[in-house]
Structure formats: C-alpha cells, structure tokens
Ligand binder design. Sequence first.
Ligand SMILES: CC(C)(COP(=O)(O)OP(=O)(O)OC[C@H]1O[C@@H](n2cnc3c(N)ncnc32)[C@H](O)[C@@H]1OP(=O)(O)O)[C@@H](O)C(=O)NCCC(=O)NCCS
Length: 335
Amino acid sequence: MYTSKITGLGYYVPENVVTNDDLSKLMDTNDAWIQERTGIQERRHIKKGDGNSTSVMGVKAATLALERANLVPNDIDMIVFATLSPDMYFPGGGVEVQEMMGMRTIPALDVRNQCSGFVYAISVADQFIKTGMYKNVLVIGSENHSGGLDFSTRGRSVSVIFGDGAGAAVLSRNEAGKGGILSTHLHSEGKHKDELALKGPSTGHWVPQIIAENPQEDIPYYPVMNGQFVFKHAIVRFSEVIEEGLQANNLEVKDIDMFIPHQANLRISQFIQHKLKLTDDQVFNNIQKYGNTTAASIPIALTEAWEAGKIKEGDLVVLAAFGSGFTWGSVIIRW
Ligand SMILES: CC(C)(COP(=O)(O)OP(=O)(O)OC[C@H]1O[C@@H](n2cnc3c(N)ncnc32)[C@H](O)[C@@H]1OP(=O)(O)O)[C@@H](O)C(=O)NCCC(=O)NCCS
C-alpha cells in the first residue's frame, strides 16, 4: 500500500475586490453587520470580460500547483474537480481542465460536495494513489459564486458571505515513504439537505416549473440558507470529525501544528479554535479577504499558509470542512 503527499499548491482569485461598503450600495447591509457576524471585510468577484470562469480559475490555480510540484500536465494521471458552480450543467469542470491544460485522455471526476468538496476530493485522490492505480492526481476546488447570487436586500444573508476563487493541490505517490496524508474521514446527513441549498434549475425544479410556482416573484433560483441552523451543526461536526481523525492516528489536539478550517465564517473558526484550545499560531484564517469560497476555501488558505512559511516539513496539518448536504470531513497530514 502506498501513501500520498501534497507536492504542489496554488491558488487564484480574481483581481476585482468587492468590499462590504460596495455591497451596501446594492442592498440594505453595512460593513459593521457583515464583519461582526462573519469576519468578512472583502471578497473577490469575477468581473464581466475578465476571462474568468470556474474552470479557467481552476486552471490558473492548477498551473501554479503543477509548477511547484515540478510536474508538467502530461505527468497527471487523474483530475478531481470540486465545485458547486460549474461552468455548465453538464459536463463538469474536470473535462474542461483536461482540455485547457492539454492533458492526456486521463479520467476527470467532478465532486459535488459543496463546502466539503475539497476534503472529499483529496480523499478520493488519496484512495487512487494508495492502491497504486495512479501516481499524480490533480485536485482542484473552484467557485464562481458571484454569477449566481441575489444581490438585492432579499438575498443579503447569503450573498454577503460568498466569494469567487480557486485553489489546487497535486497529490503524488509518496516516494520517500514517510508521512503524507495519514487519514481522511468523510460524513453526510441528507436529512438537512434543504437547510443550505440551491434547488433549481434542476430536474426537480425545472425553469418552467419555477416560473409557474412563483408567478409574482423574480425567479428564485438563488441559494437558500438557514444560517443559525447551519452554524449550530457546523461547530459540532467540525469538532467531531477533527477528533475522529486525530484518534485514528493516535494523536491529540496538542499535536496539531496547523489547522486549516473551511472558511465558512470567522465566528465558526474561532468557536472551534476556542473549543479545541488552539493558539492563534495553530489556526489559519483568510475569510476576511476572500469570504467563503466553498470548495476553493481550504486550498486557497492552505496555499497562503504554506507560502507564508507557516507549514514546515514534519508539521501535523489538519484540514476540516462542513457544508451543504450536510456533508463534512477531515484530512490529517504529516507534511
Ligand atoms: C448567516 C449568518 C451570518 C447570519 O447571522 P445571524 O446572527 O444568524 O443573523 P440572522 O439570520 O438571525 O439575522 C439577524 C438579522 O440580520 C438581518 N440580516 C441578514 N443579513 C443581513 C445583512 N447582510 N446585512 C444586514 N442585516 C442582515 C436579518 O434580516 C435579521 O434581521 P431581523 O432581526 O430584523 O429579522 C450566520 O447565521 C452564519 O454565519 N451562519 C453559518 C453560515 C455558514 O457558515 N454557511 C456556510 C456553511 S459552509
């Protein structure tokens, strides 16, 4: 049995910065409310004509990750692409990346696990490497949220939170044999699927049906979120799945060198940090700059933490996410 390790990381965010004050010109909100409830100061939005899309941003992040792994596109054996905002309803973003990066006819798998997407995608990639089937797997998390949010006052509790961006990691067979990904743990609880969802357009909520059911209103294919309900479940599941991962490896919270939580809300991260009694040096947050970028948030944060020299060889790095589904998971890495 092989093990896998992260050999390259990269991220890309659009240049267009959207501050809380910018949003307050579109809807009834304000900087104080957004910062107090979420910690977010600004986020990036794709600008019409800037050439970005979910797949294009994914390719930009992936190109950097490959360079840093000293690999070329032909070295990649599989793509795992996590997003809730693909460029097309079908096919998914993975095949677009395969084409844009000029890769061989390798498999391209799309993962649809929203905020847990990157953790799920890493777990999938890890299994393929562990069994010896593939040597190098490209994992991407990318989101174009701004194209699909309601920027009127009606949508304010959701639209102020989310931002656009992409992150990527190359997972390679761990030739050195030491460390790498120690474990991944994944969960779901579909009974809460309606608490954070975008219901249509889909086969269950096709456009004519949406229009027929809402004749007086704008067509509601915007995401809905029961914020407090999500918050309460997130803090429980985050802690559980981190403990589960640590216990599986006979490790304790005190062994964590760097915890990268999915950037859902700064208050959620701070709650978990407090609960686990982690110091500020043991946790990395960047939601202040980017908002919640869903599947992209962990790889963007992981890349920034690594670039800042906060992750060193031998460190114990913990990734954890929770999101729509509900789904959640953790990854324990010996760097
Ligand atoms: C969304 C969230 C920030 C809302 O904070 P909250 O404290 O629960 O706020 P509430 O939804 O109770 O709303 C409080 C008030 O603020 C208002 N409000 C909502 N969004 C607002 C905004 N952007 N600006 C100003 N006021 C807003 C509400 O209308 C409500 O007004 P009311 O009291 O007059 O009815 C919070 O619930 C949260 O972060 N939840 C987790 C979300 C999450 O992490 N999602 C991603 C999961 S991966």
